[in-house]
Design a protein around this ligand. Structure first.
Ligand code: NB4
Ligand code: NI
Length: 184
């Protein structure tokens, strides 16, 4: 299983690299990694398992975070009743279109690869149209908004070597642009 020991941290060059496209058919090793990434998210959101293995809670995990430079990310966004709102491993995800309106989480963002608090709003597109492939190479197109859209943008950033604090306004971390809504 994946634990915090397997997750690389800020300063490791893999986190700043552009990850490579996955080619189909995926290898068994790649599929296995995809399943283990989703399993990590499930475990991290289970209070008993998270406590036992000292896992930080996560709603997303990108392959570069476990030092595999491939365009693949697991996303597990629960709703208030812990029923998944969006639960998929996205392979080669691409944002096809995005809203002009931006959104940011009121609490800012954290990252499993960043061991410090970086306060500030992280402006992201409020709505995105996302194209992605599943492990069998089937193409999917989803329109996402608000929280799931923000999570997917954080994860796709990892595939492009971008970390959340790259988006925070350095002069005024809590500055709100006029086209930005604050969520949460
Ligand atoms: C990715 C997220 C950071 C901001 C928003 C949030 C948590 C992460 C990083 C957008 C994407 C991981 C991957 C949470 C969390 C709410 C839902 C369900 C029950 C606890 C869980 C806590 F843990 N971010 N952590 N950070 N990343 N919400 N929740 N809750 O997930 O670095 O690249 O279990
Ligand atoms: Ni992250």
């Amino acid at each position: 299983m994946i634990t915090m020991k397997n997750i690389i941290r800020e300063g490791n060059p893999t986190l700043r690299a552009r990850a490579k496209e996955v080619t189909f058919p995926m290898t068994n090793e790649q599929k296995d990694l995809a399943h283990k990434m989703m399993e990590f998210l499930e475990n991290s959101q289970n209070p008993e398992i998270a406590e036992k293995y000292k896992l930080r809670a996560g709603v997303g995990l990108a392959a570069p975070q476990v030092d595999v430079s491939l365009r693949m990310t697991a996303v597990l966004v629960p709703d208030e009743h812990d029923k998944p709102l969006f639960k998929h491993v996205l392979v080669n995800p691409t944002i096809m279109s995005e809203s002009v309106r931006m959104a940011a989480l009121s609490e800012g963002e954290g990252c499993l690869s960043v061991d410090r608090d970086v306060p500030g709003y992280v402006p992201r597109h409020d709505k995105i149209t996302l194209r992605w492939f599943d492990l069998d190479g089937n193409k999917h197109v989803d329109k996402l908004r608000d929280y799931p859209a923000i999570v997917c943008q954080h994860e796709i950033d990892h595939l492009n070597g971008i970390l959340f604090f790259d988006h925070i306004n350095t002069k005024n971390p809590f500055k709100v642009a006029e086209n930005t809504i604050i969520l949460g």
